[in-house]
Design a binder for this molecule. Structure first.
Ligand SMILES: *Cc1c(COP(=O)(O)O)cnc(C)c1O
Length: 382
């Protein structure tokens, strides 16, 4: 079946739920045995819950994987996947990625003996060199947050496999509607379902999807042993959000492209970082491995931090907030907000400078969004 059909039906059979067309919220911690030594299909909600199972099957179908896992947050998904590694392992981590992933490796896993080695995965020689030195995994994010750089998923997964490492891809920015990393040989896809997958800014959640049965078994074991799973209420809301994922992504993509093009022509704007613009250095790769560009991108203002703060203070329709992927448009300043947990030197070296603004373009009327940015760009001017 095709994506839109799967997003509405995968994981749910009304006949399993008294005919209910929507997956019920099984708000129960435990399940009655059928008899002595005769458990039913579910025993205890940490190990398995019917609402969560419906979401997990749906996520697996959308990513084209064999098994999906739903977690309490995106970071719970990442933590569980990172626990596949052992003390002494090195994980090659893309040097430009979500600040929380960097913090997880540096402030949590490093002291447990799992070492991250940061490499620019756009540079195949650096990757080969790092792999040759020994690595158990490669952690990819594409496009990256907030710089919108791309990683060649097929090339990196192949290089990882040649050296016996697994490839993991954080697919939060595009959702499976626009990019399906498993098709390019990636072993594990992780998501913050908080973002586009749920899409309504009312749940924090995470996911992992795999094709390999051995990996599925190990992640399922960790999810139960560590208790990182999502609760049924959040799974229900995420399932509801997924039903409109395809049409939301189309509209996010359309609105964001229109705004990116408009910003690129503004004198106040130094540069727009959007993989859908032909000016993006990896526009060709974007067309090769992505079916669309999503709704989040960044741009640099000519006037530095002062101009950035003026813009942030001048918007009325965009909301000044962290996060992305919801129906409402958000605007933020990575250097002082989402990426403030990074050491300033690392941040600056990456290019997350004070002139950088990130926007998550929502589903409002694009004319209102453009008008809002136009008014705010002039904000503070006499
Ligand atoms: C938000 C985000 C995360 C973390 O997810 P939470 O749901 O906030 O725990 C991980 N990766 C990316 C790319 C994100 O945007």
């Amino acid at each position: 079946m095709k994506f839109r059909t799967l997003s509405i039906h995968a994981g749910h059979r009304p006949s399993d739920h008294q005919g209910a067309v929507m997956t019920p919220i099984y708000q129960t911690s435990t399940f009655a045995f059928r008899g002595v030594n005769q458990p039913g299909p579910f025993e205890y909600s940490r190990s398995g819950n019917p609402t969560r199972k419906a979401l997990e099957e749906c996520l697996a179908a959308l990513e084209g994987g064999a098994a999906g896992f739903a977690f309490a947050t995106g970071m719970a998904a990442e933590t569980t996947v990172a626990m596949l590694f052992q003390a002494g392992d090195t994980v090659i981590v893309h040097n430009d990625l979500y600040g929380g992933t960097y913090r997880l490796f540096e402030a949590v896993f490093k002291s447990k003996g799992i070492r991250a080695r940061y490499v620019d995965l756009r540079d195949s020689e650096s990757l080969e060199e790092a792999l040759a030195a020994g690595a158990a995994g490669v952690w990819i994010e594409s496009p990256t947050n907030p710089l919108m750089n791309l990683v060649d998923l097929r090339a990196v997964a192949e290089a990882a496999h040649r050296h016996g490492a697994i490839a993991i891809c954080d697919n939060t920015f595009l959702s499976p509607y626009f990019q399906r990393p498993l098709e390019f040989g990636v072993d594990i896809v992780v998501h913050s379902t908080t973002k586009y997958i749920n899409g309504h800014s009312d749940v924090v959640g995470g996911a992992a999807v795999v094709s390999d049965a051995g990996l599925a078994e190990r992640i399922g074991f960790l999810q139960n042993a560590m208790g990182t799973c999502a609760g049924p209420q959040d799974c229900y809301l995420t399932l509801r959000g997924i039903k409109t994922l395809a049409i939301r992504m189309e509209e996010h993509n359309r609105n964001a492209l229109a705004i990116a093009g408009w910003l690129a022509a503004r004198p106040e704007v130094e540069r727009v970082l959007h993989p859908g613009l032909p000016s993006h250095p990896q526009h060709e790769l974007a067309r090769k491995q992505m079916r669309g560009y999503g709704g989040t991108f960044s741009f640099r203002l000519r006037g530095g931090q002062e101009a950035a703060f003026s813009l942030l203070g001048g918007v009325r329709v965009f909301t000044l907030a962290e996060s992305l992927g919801g129906v409402e448009s958000l605007i933020e300043h990575p250097a002082t907000m989402t990426h403030a947990s990074m050491p300033p030197a690392v941040r600056e070296a990456m290019g997350i400078t004070p002139d950088l603004i990130r926007i998550s373009v929502g589903l409002e009327d694009v004319e209102d969004l453009v008008e809002d940015l136009e008014g705010a760009l002039g904000h503070g001017r006499s």
